[in-house]
Ligand binder design. Structure first.
Ligand code: 0HH
Length: 208
């Protein structure tokens, strides 16, 4: 039996990084997909702590908030640094990924038609700090010498941006090779090529 259960909409959305981290650690995941029709009935929304999905279960532990899920799995599967200082740096990098994800979500759901050009033009300013951190990293990961939950999160968001603005990584050689390197990890590669994962749209409104 899979130790973990994820309840979410049939999109990659906020759960791509979590699925990548689990796959990379050989962990099974039971998925409950919730259709929009089912969600619109309201009962499930009412049962969720913050009225939103994803919901993640690890035995009796029930978590809402996708970044709390990443942290939980990072702690359990050795993807949260070697010590407190590394953990704090990983938190910092993950918060920066979240800042960019929120901008991306705003564009996708609120201003895609009017804002895409300006977003892609401004994107290098938001990618520069990640390029800078990675270009100083000996391991090729954001913090320390091993992959962390913040790396899966950044990788997932960079894949979305490659779809949104195809040239987004052209002026960032380190970020480009970072993406290529993580995409080539055998279990990540297998997930990215798996039909069940591939067929999920990135977002819930058909925009990407
Ligand atoms: N801070 C939370 C987290 O990180 C944010 C969760 C969130 O925004 O977990 N949840 C959204 C779905 S993620 C939600 O529950 C975006 C994917 C959208 C897919 C289609 C959704 C169709 C809904 C009719 N949204 C539903 C809601 O707020 O009622």
């Amino acid at each position: 039996m899979a130790p973990y259960t994820l309840t979410y909409f049939p999109v990659k959305g906020r759960c791509g990084a979590l699925k990548m981290m689990l796959a990379d650690n050989d962990q099974q995941l039971k998925e409950n997909m919730v259709s929009i029709e089912e969600w619109m009935k309201g009962d499930m929304k009412g049962s969720c702590l913050f009225g939103q999905l994803p919901k993640f279960e690890d035995g009796d532990l029930v978590l809402y908030q996708s970044n709390a899920m990443l942290r939980h799995l990072g702690r359990k599967h050795g993807a949260y640094g070697k010590n407190d200082c590394e953990a704090s740096l990983i938190d910092m990098m993950n918060d920066a990924v979240e800042d960019l994800r929120l901008k991306y979500i705003k564009l996708i759901y609120q201003e895609y038609e009017t804002g895409k050009e300006a977003y892609c033009k401004d994107l290098p300013n938001h990618l520069k700090p990640f390029e800078s951190v990675l270009s100083k990293s000996k391991s090729g990961f954001l913090v320390g010498d091993q992959i962390s939950f913040a790396d899966y999160n950044l990788f997932d968001l960079l894949l979305n941006h490659k779809v949104l603005c195809s040239a987004s990584l052209d002026s960032f050689p380190t970020l480009k090779s970072y993406v290529d390197k993580i995409a080539a990890r055998p279990k990540i590669k297998a997930l990215l090529e798996c039909e069940n994962f591939k067929k999920l749209p990135i977002n819930g409104n058909g925009k990407q």
